[in-house]
Design a protein around this ligand. Structure first.
Ligand code: FUB
Ligand code: ZN
Length: 643
């Protein structure tokens, strides 16, 4: 698989990751950036003086002296950064960056214990606590990120040290966590994802079996955690178990019995990401059923219009169906990154357009909003309504920020966004056997070596600005090419070699005597293709979207959406008091070009109603572009009024 992005909208982001995000994050991880690191909320006493992440590895490797600093999962910041570097090097070779990354891999190899274990907090400060605080200490979480990073790095650079680190670590996990060994999972899911990646890289089924063991043992883990807590020398410092909330850790029941997303959102979605991968790669029907059931719950009952998930700050949690407040929510950037991974794995189980629709929603809204247009500031929490005055005084909003900080004491999100953005080509298509799905409309040139032969694709488009998508395909008979028709597209047309081939009313048609079929959100075309030109046109226009009537927090409100983008109002363009502005049921929208931080933005103008009944000129900007012009009010949902 070889995919090169050639796209007006996305090229800028690819460069931003390489030129800004990756170098900036490296300087932070080395404590060389001249920045203020913010706490993630007002009330916690979290470590936020510095990152110290690279220094922790130097100390663990015996190359420096000192104590560990930071969260117990500080190592994962370095691993995620390395994973981002791997993908970036694949698209943009860079000798200097490669050297930095190779040196970091060497450093990790030196820090790794001879038996494969690695977790700098425990190694430096509390070696006697190895696996003694499974619910809290994130050892397996960090090692999961290590596996993901080393797999990516080895695949791209063929650095054998990276593969050795991963294999040594995974073998250690397989030998330790098993029937008759430690029969419990890590408190924060992630190692399951890493083990699956190593299985895909090496083909060694032991790693897939271990991922399955970790998932299936979750339901039995709480007893183990409680026993550990009872024996803990400092039980007052424990939090995961001390909360007594097994659902927070997704271990209140067998994972395959779970019916609704609950507890810590990132944990829950990483669990489902691994489960969906396992279901797509093996034959665990119960894993497949659960990943589908939980998908339905999250997407239809617990997701914000922006793709944000996790509606409660306390515990960074899913709560109840339709409990989606728009100004106290959490919507952690990591949770949306995780949703992209989950959606991508669901597509490998079954080609359903709804998975790609959500993948797109996450990417174009909460994930892009997770970082500033300069690539050097990041949101942890992604609100849908902000009043900078209220977030400073209202204790329920202590976690909400009106502008992105440079970095956070808990820095899980910035490098997670970097690794997602650096790996953008991965999400454009889904490939399974001889079926290739075109999921995202991002301009690119791609080649796939399939069983049936080579398929080459050239995709050019003005999307998301407009909906003209043009493919040129070459490939043999036996290949099936699925083109996503987004659920929001109320109209579309398909033209092949200048002939209109699909009747939009019946979704049926043919080309060169071959039948065209529409199924579950995709139009399928069967090869062979010989410079076959396909033009898809979808209607991309602004419209009003209403929340589900059961979402009380935004009942009677409406949002503006255009194509994949959710829009919002900012005080900068519309003045203060956004809360009191209303929007009609069928407003007339006008497109307008504007610039934010030198970036062209597709704004939308329309008229609204002020509280006093007077008309208001409204300027909407895409949600991803908010908070780039200083602190100000922002709002996605407005009062819906009769105008
Ligand atoms: O616990 C590790 C990461 O830190 C979680 O995934 C995030 O939610 C943050 O709490
Ligand atoms: Zn995060």
């Amino acid at each position: 698989m070889n995919i090169r992005i050639k796209d007006e909208f996305w090229n800028r982001y690819c460069r931003l990751v390489k030129d800004e995000m990756i170098p900036f994050q490296w300087s932070v991880l080395n404590d060389e950036a001249d920045i203020v690191i913010e706490k993630e909320n007002n009330s916690v006493n979290s470590p936020s003086e510095k990152s110290h992440a690279i220094e922790n590895f130097k100390i663990a490797a015996g190359l420096a002296e000192g104590r560990h600093y930071g969260w117990v999962f500080q190592d994962s910041d370095v691993y995620k950064w390395l994973e981002a570097v791997a993908y970036s090097l694949e698209n943009y070779p860079d000798e200097e960056l490669l050297k930095k990354a190779n040196d970091t891999v060497e450093l990790i190899a030196k820090a790794q214990a001879p038996d494969g274990y690695i977790h700098t907090k425990v190694q430096i400060d509390e070696p006697e606590m190895r696996y003694k605080r499974l619910a809290e200490y994130h050892e397996l979480y960090c090692m999961g990120h290590l596996l993901e990073a080393m797999c990516a790095f080895y695949r791209v650079t063929e650095n054998k040290v990276a593969l050795d680190i991963a294999v040594k670590c995974a073998d250690h996990i397989c030998d330790t966590f098993k029937v008759g060994g430690i029969e419990a999972a890590g408190g924060h899911e992630e190692v399951e994802v890493g083990l699956m990646k190593l299985y895909h890289l090496t083909g060694d089924k032991r790693y897939m079996d271990e991922a399955e063991f970790m998932l299936r043992v979750r339901g039995k883990s709480m007893e183990y955690y409680k026993k550990q807590a009872a024996e803990d020398p400092h039980p007052e410092t424990l939090w995961g178990v001390a909360r007594g909330d097994a659902r927070y850790l997704q271990c209140d029941m067998e994972v395959t019995d779970q019916t609704a997303a609950r507890g810590h959102a990132v944990r829950q979605v990483y669990m489902l990401e691994a489960m969906a991968d396992l279901a797509a790669s093996g034959d665990a029907a119960d894993m497949r059923d659960t990943s589908e059931r939980m998908w339905d719950d999250i997407v239809n009952r617990q997701m914000y219009i922006t793709g944000g998930v996790g509606s409660q700050a306390n515990g960074e949690c899913f709560t109840e169906d339709y409990d989606l407040p728009d100004d106290t929510m959490y919507c952690e950037s990591c949770a949306s990154v995780a949703m992209v991974f989950y959606a991508h794995n669901m597509l490998k189980i079954s080609p359903r357009g709804e998975y790609a629709d959500i993948l797109e929603k996450e990417l174009y809204n909460t994930c892009l909003a997770g970082f500033a247009l300069d690539g050097r500031h990041f949101f942890y929490v992604n609100p849908l309504a902000v009043d900078p005055v209220k977030i400073k005084t209202d204790k329920d909003k202590g976690h909400v920020k009106a502008v992105r900080p440079s970095w956070l004491g808990c820095a899980c999100c910035p490098p997670n966004l970097a690794r997602l953005m650096a790996d953008l080509p991965e999400y454009i298509y889904t490939v399974k056997d001889d079926v290739v799905l075109s999921d995202l409309f991002i301009g690119n040139e791609a080649e796939f070596e399939l069983k049936a032969g080579k398929l080459s694709i050239s995709l050019s488009t003005d999307y998301p600005e407009n909906g003209h998508i043009r493919y040129v395909l070459n490939g043999p008979a036996g290949v099936s090419f699925g083109i996503r028709i987004p659920a929001y597209a109320d109209r579309y047309s398909l033209v092949i070699d200048s002939v209109k081939v699909l009747d939009e009313d019946t979704d049926k048609g043919s080309f060169y005597g071959k039948e065209i079929s529409y199924k579950d959100g995709y139009v399928f075309l069967e090869g062979g293709f010989d410079n076959t030109e396909i033009e898809l046109n979808i209607a991309v226009h602004a419209h009003i979207e209403y929340p589900h009537p059961k979402i009380k927090a935004v009942s009677g409100k409406a949002a503006v959406v255009r194509g994949p983008f959710v829009y919002c109002l900012e005080e900068r363009d519309n003045g203060k008091g956004l809360e009191s502005i209303g929007i009609g049921k069928a407003p007339v929208f006008a497109d307008e070009k504007m610039e934010i931080c030198d970036l062209p933005i597709h704004a939308i103008k329309t008229k609204g109603i002020k509280e006093d009944g007077n008309e208001a000129e409204l300027t909407f900007i895409p949600y991803y572009a908010w908070a780039n012009r200083g602190e100000n009010e922002m709002r996605v949902y407005l009062k819906s009024v009769n105008q």
